[in-house]
Every structure is written in C-alpha cells, then in structure tokens.
Design a protein around this ligand. Sequence first.
Ligand SMILES: O=C(O)[C@H](O)[C@H](O)COP(=O)(O)O
Length: 303
Amino acid sequence: MSQPKHLTGDKAGIEEFLSRFDVFLFDCDGVLWSGDFLFPNVAETLEMLRSKGKQLVFVTNNSTKSRADYKKKFDKMGIPANTEEVFGSSYSAAVYIARILKLPGPKNKVFVLGETGIEQELDAEGVSYIGGTDPAFRRDIEPEDFTNLANGSALDPDVGIVLSGLDFHVNYLKLATAFQYLQRGAVFLATNTDSTLPMAHSLFPGAGSSGAGLVKAIGKEALSLGKPSQAMMDAVEGKFQFDRSRTCMVGDRLNTDIQFGIEGKLGGTLAVLTGVSKKEEFLAEGAPTVPMAYVDTLGDLLG
Ligand SMILES: O=C(O)[C@H](O)[C@H](O)COP(=O)(O)O
C-alpha cells in the first residue's frame, strides 16, 4: 500500500489530484463543520470546485437532520448548496425501506429510535412509523409497561421494522419497546453505526453508541444503511449516475468515509484532519484503511 499524499501546501499536487475527478462526495460533520462552527474557507473551497465544473454531493451519516434540514444549515452557514445535493443516512434508510425492503403491508410500519431527520425522510417516502420524537415515549418505564410490553398489548401489531439512528433522547422505555419488537421478528436496521459524533471540536457518543444497548440486548448487529455500507453507495450512485472512477470521497473518518470510498471502488479518497481520525492512524505500518491523499483542513485545497 503506497503512502498517502499530503496535499497541504502542495499547489501542483492539489491541481493534479483535483483533475482526476468530476464528482466529489463530501462528508459533513468533521469536514465542513464541527456543530455550528464552519471550518476555514469551506465555502470558498466548494465554490472553487463548482467553478471547475465539479459535481458535489453531501453524503452524511448524521440522521438527526433531513435533506431539507441540511439545506437550512447550508444556508445558515453561507454555503451554496441545494437540497437535491444532500444524501443523508435517514434518506438512505427511508429509500431502502420503501423501495428495496418493501415489506408487505400492513406489517411495514417502523419503530424509530432517533430524531426528526428520520421521521421527515420516512414521511417523504410514505413509510408509516411510531416512536422517534413522540413525547409519549419520553418518560420513565412503569411496572404496568413491563406487563403490557410482555403480553403485546402495548405494541403496535403493524410494526415490522426497528430503525435505530442517533437518538438524543435514549431511555429504557424505548429500549424495551424496540427490544420486544425485535424479539417478535421485526427487521433490525440502522441509519448508521458511528461510535462517536464530532461536535464542538470534541467527540460525543454517536449513533452506534445510542443504539448499542439494543444490539447488546438482542445479540445481533443491525443492517446499517449509512457509510461505509455499500447499500448507501449504490443508492447514491443510482440517484446521481456518476462514474465511480472519476469520483472522490472526502471524509474525516477512516472506518466510515474512507472505507466507504475504498470499498465502493471510487477513483480516490481524500482524508481531512479536522474531524475524528488522526493521520497517525493511516500512516502507521499495516494500517487497514489508507486514503489516497490527505489535507490538514478542507480549505487547504485552495492551494
Ligand atoms: O454519530 C453519528 O451519527 C455520526 O457521528 C455523525 O452524524 C456523522 O456525520 P457525518 O460525519 O457522516 O456527516
């Protein structure tokens, strides 16, 4: 495995690297921003790529926001982008449920562990759901809940899927309810399974962590529809019809973004050091996931 090229400060190297690709798939958290903090020169860099005729697609594992929510965030951050350029893990999961899995009704309702982004994308695909941000689930479990979950009277007989995403309101009642659905044969899906969430220049428990209790209890992993899942790559390619050999994945996390690009056999991958992964992880001898190139921060692409 050849060593990745460090492009920061290498104007000629940057030009040559960019010339290889027509499409750039961009991770969001950790590459464009950390929470509401926009990294330096991100808007200028995206503008430069667009001026070179490059197609940009924002491929995020953050399932708390829908594509429309991301459009609002791009606007707030002063980044020119349109809703159709966003492909989030909530949208990926909703498309999978509605167009690939296609459980026969009525047992195709979803029990959601997660936030409004999942609910909005399920609505957009006409998939019915319960749970999610419903305040009825934001309470302590009571003795009668155990009885009613165990005998099924508290369960919706039409639920055939449990979908787990980053949930800022995890509690035992939701965990117990999801567990009972899974025990009764519901399909176990996840928008993504990132262990951590880059926020406020730090790390916090991610979707994989907010869903870990359910995985431990039921004793199996969910099918993830986020990076590095190639179900997501196939869906992104299906929508944007790009040439994988002329497409580059730009990300901050080796085991999602860079692995996503490598397993997807994209023309290249570019790591950015403003998020989760550190360069030591991919420069180490025998590193399992090595990007083609890397920059210290996205704005370095301005040369
Ligand atoms: O825990 C999560 O959901 C992820 O850390 C987060 O949402 C990643 O978002 P991305 O870096 O793919 O934009």
